[in-house]
Design a binder for this molecule. Structure first.
Ligand SMILES: [Zn+2]
Length: 293
């Protein structure tokens, strides 16, 4: 078994990083923030990445032990009409090719909308289209896994249960646990340790070696997300989650999706290290070294 490891990083180029390319971003994640994960966002219109930049990022990540993920464009609908599905598949496949060049672990995607369809019809369509994408990935030799994200609005497909079912039906697909979205969708249900425990218990049958987890504060009403807010301004407490991770020795990658991006990634880091200090009695600790726990 791999060594137990918590990883932390921002969803995208850090805000305080002067250069605005992903290449600048990953160097900043290492040199300034000293974090060890990054989720590259291919969300605006359709950003492509040239081979030279991709190669630099891949090598830099490898040499500096930074775990990479990629987020596909936000608007994809694998349960829409045929035109919409084709366009979504194109966006996902193009992102998959980039993710593979980067040697990224997971390509994060948004599955789709119910529209006028029943939950079951939506599920069937999404599963069918995901199988199709997975087989194209295989044909093209794309090794990056497809990660389907839990979604924060009730009219959007993607409750935790739905995402887990999708992953059971399409073996090569993994869940991306967006805690802000889960919290919004259940109208603020993530409060206590047991609430977070329930999430990991549900995902357990998928036997994942590592969990990709999105963290942010979130503003919501009636089970619908409005927008992301800084972690401290939200009402989802981090400490019970982090204590659970430390107790159960979960391999997690915590990606900050907060509007404060890297500042909240650093906030997560500080909180974990405070908990490690409390547990070990040591002054100098790092979330990258969990050996004393
Ligand atoms: Zn997302």
């Amino acid at each position: 078994m791999d060594k137990w490891r918590i990883r932390i990083g921002p969803a995208g180029i850090p805000l305080s990083c002067k250069g605005r390319t992903n290449k600048d971003g990953i160097v900043y994640v290492k040199k300034v923030l000293d974090l060890d994960a990054m989720e590259i966002q291919l969300i605006r219109s359709f950003e492509m990445m040239d081979d030279e930049e991709a190669e630099f990022i891949r090598n830099y990540a490898k040499e500096n032990d930074i775990e990479l993920h990629v987020h596909a464009p936000y608007y994809t609908n694998l349960a829409g009409d045929s035109e919409e599905v084709e366009l979504s598949k194109f966006k996902i496949l193009s992102s998959g090719r980039i993710a593979n060049k980067l040697d990224a672990k997971i390509l994060v995607i948004h599955p789709g909308f119910y529209g006028e369809k029943s939950e079951k019809e939506t599920m069937d369509l999404i599963v069918e289209n995901l199988k199709d994408i997975v087989s194209t990935f295989k044909k093209e030799g794309i090794k990056t896994k497809l990660g389907v994200e839990t979604m924060g609005k009730r009219k959007v497909f993607g409750s935790l249960d739905e995402i887990i079912e999708v992953c059971k039906k399409v073996k090569e697909v993994v869940p991306v646990i967006d805690l802000g979205h889960i919290h919004a969708r259940c109208n603020g249900c993530l409060k206590e340790r047991e609430d977070f425990e329930r999430i990991f218990e549900k995902v357990k049958p998928l036997k994942l070696k590592r969990y990709l987890v999105h963290v942010t504060g979130v503003l919501y009403e009636n089970g619908n997300e409005y927008y992301h807010i800084p972690i401290k301004k939200g009402d989802m407490p981090l400490e019970p989650l982090l204590n659970l991770i430390l107790d159960e020795k979960y391999n997690v990658t915590l990606i900050s999706e907060s509007p404060l991006l890297e500042h909240d990634a650093m906030y997560i880091k500080i909180m974990i290290e405070r908990l490690i200090q409390r547990r070990t009695g040591k002054d100098k600790v790092s979330y990258k070294d969990l050996s004393g726990l």
